[in-house]
Write a protein that binds this ligand. Structure first.
Ligand code: BTN
Length: 266
């Protein structure tokens, strides 16, 4: 397979009306989220996609770095200009996770969303490994959103991971046993996202929560680290996601907690 993705090959594979119709595919950049934010500040249109073959400073949530070697995976960011208020933007992460999950389902894979931003694949033994992560960043003035950048890292053709990820990460190629065309995979995600995002523009955060619920597989037992929270750790059963995207967790005394930001651990 000749996998040399370009803006032109993405354009040929896409079925969207507007999302991804403007795109750039770079050989390398520091972080597509930074590049897309620059483009947005300079007036880039709604739906611009910035993708790259590799990142020198790919970022994840909570200050982590995102493993971004060349020639293997998808690293891309989407510029969005939602008309919804700033308070409704964090659940966009859930919505984009659902779009990635829909696209992976279309490839015959069994995705599962882990709140708030992980897309996982489940193997025959029920073990879940992360295949994609989402990082949403917003610029706003009060409640008015100026721009949103949603970045996605999706492990497509990588077969090896660094030791700290080896146990927890997987790729589409590892699960399907064949390499995939990255432009076609990206087109599949954008095709899945466009109608979900249009629903989000109409209905707001409720649309994101409904899309997430399709793939979340809750209730499910987790420990939660909630930085700055008191207590710092919670343990219990995740019941679902509130209208604003917060996770509802029932502890072993039956108390329900709302987790606004944090990380789930098995
Ligand atoms: C996470 O799981 O913590 C989120 C990972 C997000 C990674 C993507 S790769 C493309 C975009 N550019 C970045 O620097 N980060 C996101």
């Amino acid at each position: 397979m000749n996998d040399h993705p370009t803006a032109a090959s993405l354009g040929e594979a896409l079925h969207t009306r507007w999302l991804g119709r403007a795109s750039e595919w770079l050989a390398v950049c520091a972080s597509t989220n930074d590049r897309a934010a620059e483009r947005a500040r300079a007036g880039a249109p709604d739906g611009l996609v910035v993708a790259t073959d590799s990142q020198s400073a790919g970022r994840g949530r909570m200050g982590r770095s995102w493993y971004s070697p060349p020639g293997e995976n998808l690293y891309f960011s989407i510029v969005l200009r939602p008309t919804r208020p700033a308070a409704e933007i964090p659940p966009l992460t859930l919505l984009v996770g659902a779009a990635v999950a829909n696209a992976l389902r279309g490839l015959g894979l069994p995705p599962r969303l882990k709140w708030p931003n992980d897309v996982q694949l489940v193997d025959a033994a029920g073990r879940r490994r992360k295949v994609a992560g989402i990082l949403t960043e917003m610029a706003s003035a009060g409640d008015r959103v100026q721009q949103v950048v949603v970045g996605v890292g999706l492990n497509v053709n990588g077969l090896e991971f660094p030791p700290d990820l080896a146990d927890r990460a997987t790729s589409l190629r590892r699960e399907l046993g064949r390499p995939l065309d990255r432009a076609a995979v990206l087109a599949g995600v954008l095709d899945a996202l466009e109608p979900l995002y249009e629903d989000f523009e109409r209905r707001g955060a409720a649309a994101a929560v409904a899309a997430f619920d399709d793939h979340a597989g809750l209730p499910d037992r987790w420990r939660v680290s909630a930085p700055g929270g008191s207590p710092g750790w919670l343990e219990g059963t995740a019941l679902g996601v509130d209208a604003d995207g917060a996770l509802r967790l029932r502890d072993d005394h039956g108390t329900i907690h709302r987790v606004i930001s944090g990380e789930l651990h098995p």
